[in-house]
Design a protein. Structure first.
Length: 93
C-alpha cells in the first residue's frame, strides 16, 4: 500500500487525480486521522479483510444472526437517552 501525503495529491495533475477516482480497481481513502491520502487496490483490500476473517483467533462466525437483538437494544438505548434528556426529538428519529 502506497501512502501519498495530501501535499503531494495537490501536486498531481487534475486529470491524473480524476483518472484515479474513475479507476474502479482503486479507491482513495483518508488515513492517519485524515492527514494522508492512501490509494488502495480494491482486490488487495478484499484479500486483507478475508485474511482477517479467516484468522479464527480474532474472529468467530456467529451461531445465528444478531440483527433483531441488536435492533431492539439500539432502540432501548435511544429511548433511554431521550428520556434522560440527553438527545432531542430530532436526534431520536
Amino acid at each position: 500500500m502506497v501512502k501519498i501525503p495530501n501535499q503531494m495529491i495537490i501536486l498531481i495533475p487534475l486529470n491524473v487525480r480524476q483518472a484515479l477516482k474513475r479507476d474502479t480497481n482503486i479507491i482513495l481513502r483518508k488515513a492517519d486521522k485524515g492527514t494522508t491520502t492512501v490509494p488502495l487496490n480494491i482486490e488487495d483490500k478484499i484479500k486483507e479483510g478475508q485474511t482477517q476473517i479467516n484468522y479464527r483467533e480474532h474472529y468467530r462466525p456467529l451461531v445465528s444472526p444478531m440483527v433483531e437483538e441488536t435492533n431492539l437494544r439500539v432502540h432501548q438505548l435511544i429511548s433511554e437517552l431521550y428520556l434522560g434528556n440527553l438527545i432531542d426529538e430530532m436526534t431520536k428519529t
